[in-house]
Write a protein that binds this ligand. Structure first.
Ligand code: AHM
Ligand code: MG
Length: 331
C-alpha cells in the first residue's frame, strides 16, 4: 500500500516563512475541529443531532441542530492556538471574540461556514466546512480589519464529509487534498497538487431558478443544453448536490463549473462572500481555475459587510472566461 504523508508532517515541511508558525498552529486546530465535526455528522440521528433548536428528545433534553453543534466545535477548537484574534461564522450575526483564557498575541482572523449544505444533513448527503484565514492589521480587530478582499487571504480550505472525509487547502502555493484514515484517525495526503481540467462538459447550477436568471447565464446554459447540435458542438452533463463544498470538490477532481448567479429573487446572489465564495475562489484559482461574479474576479470584491452575499461562478477557466464575456456583452 502507498505510504501517504500525514497532514501534521506536511504542515511542518511546507509551512515556512512569515506566517509559517502561526498557520501550522491554526491549521492543526482546524484539522482537529474537522475531525470532531465528522464524528458529530457521522453519529447523525443516533445522537439526536438532527433535531431543530428548541425541540426536545425523549429524555426531555433540548436537542441541538447540527449547524449549532458544528459551529460550537469549530469555535472551541480554533481559538486555542493563541494566534486567532477573532472569527466570523455563518451561524453568528456578530464577530466572535476569542475567549480570555486563549487570548495571547493573535493577529489572524478566521472566517468559516461550519456546516455548508446543511439542508443535506437530514437526507444523508454530503456536507462540508469552509474556512478562510486573513491577517489582521490589529490584535484587537474592529470591523474594518475583517473587511478585506479575498486576494488578501493567506490560507483557505474546506472539509468534505462525503463517502470519505477529506480536507483540502491552499496557502497560495497550490492545492493539496488529504483523506481521513479511519484506522489512524489521521488526514493523509492522497490528492497532491490538485488541478482543474482545462476542458469540461459538465456544469452545476440549480436549474429550477432558470426563469429568474439574467440573460448571460440563460445564454450559457442554453448553449450547454443544445449539446452537439448547438454552437458548443458537444454534449454537457449536469450535477447538483446542493452543497457547494461537494460541487467544488467534484470540479477539482474531474472538472466542470459551479454557478450560483444573481437572479431576480436574490439580487445579490445566495452565497456569502467572506466564508464561502472567497475561500473557494482562492482554492479554484490555485488549482488553475477561475472565479467571477460575472462582472468581477471574486477575489477582488471589496466586502462591505461580513455576511455579504455575492453571485458565484467558478471552475474550469475557459468556461468561466466565456461566462464573464457573455456578461460583458449585456453590461
Ligand atoms: P448553507 O450555507 O445555508 O448550507 O447554503 C449554501 C448552500 C450551498 O452549499 C449550495 O450550493 C446552495 O446553498 C444550495 O442551494 P439550493 O437550495 O438552491 O439548492
Ligand atoms: Mg454555507
Amino acid at each position: 500500500m502507498t505510504k501517504h504523508i500525514k497532514i501534521s508532517d506536511f504542515l511542518k515541511q511546507h509551512l515556512q516563512g512569515e506566517h509559517g508558525v502561526a498557520l501550522n498552529a491554526i491549521l492543526s486546530d482546524v484539522v482537529d475541529a474537522c475531525k470532531k465535526i465528522a464524528v458529530a455528522i457521522d453519529k447523525g440521528a443516533v445522537a439526536g443531532n438532527m433535531g431543530s433548536l428548541g425541540s426536545e428528545n425523549v429524555q426531555g433534553e433540548v436537542q441541538k441542530a447540527l449547524d449549532v453543534i458544528t459551529n460550537d466545535i469549530f469555535v472551541e477548537a480554533c481559538q486555542r492556538s493563541g494566534y486567532v484574534a477573532g472569527m466570523v461564522s455563518e451561524e453568528l450575526v456578530d464577530v466572535i471574540d476569542v475567549a480570555d483564557e486563549h487570548k495571547k498575541n493573535g493577529d489572524y482572523l478566521l472566517m468559516f461556514d461550519p456546516l455548508d449544505g446543511s439542508s443535506n444533513v437530514n437526507v444523508n448527503i454530503s456536507v462540508g466546512t469552509i474556512f478562510s484565514i486573513l491577517k489582521s492589521a490589529s490584535k484587537k480587530p474592529d470591523l474594518a480589519d475583517y473587511l478585506q478582499s479575498g486576494a488578501a487571504q493567506i490560507c483557505a480550505g474546506y472539509a468534505l464529509y462525503g463517502t470519505s472525509t477529506m480536507l483540502v487547502f491552499t496557502t497560495g502555493n497550490g492545492v493539496n487534498g488529504f483523506t481521513l484514515d479511519a484506522d489512524s484517525n489521521e488526514f493523509l495526503l492522497t490528492h497532491p497538487n490538485m488541478q482543474i481540467a482545462k476542458e469540461t462538459q459538465e456544469f452545476a447550477i440549480n436549474m429550477s431558478n432558470y426563469r429568474f436568471w439574467r440573460e448571460p447565464v440563460q445564454r450559457y446554459i442554453d448553449e450547454c443544453l443544445q449539446g452537439e447540435e448547438g454552437d458548443r458542438k458537444k454534449d454537457f452533463n449536469m450535477r447538483w448536490v446542493a452543497s457547494m463544498v461537494a460541487e467544488v470538490h467534484r470540479i477539482l477532481v474531474r472538472g466542470g463549473v459551479f454557478m450560483y448567479p444573481t437572479d431576480t429573487k436574490s439580487r445579490s446572489g445566495k452565497l456569502r462572500l467572506m466564508y464561502e465564495a472567497n475561500p473557494m475562489s482562492f482554492i479554484v484559482e490555485q488549482a488553475g481555475g477561475a472565479s467571477t461574479t460575472g462582472s468581477q474576479r471574486i477575489l477582488e470584491v471589496q466586502p462591505s459587510g461580513i455576511h455579504q452575499r455575492v453571485p458565484v461562478m467558478m471552475g474550469c477557466k475557459s468556461e468561466i472566461d466565456r461566462i464573464a464575456a457573455y456578461h460583458q456583452v449585456t453590461a
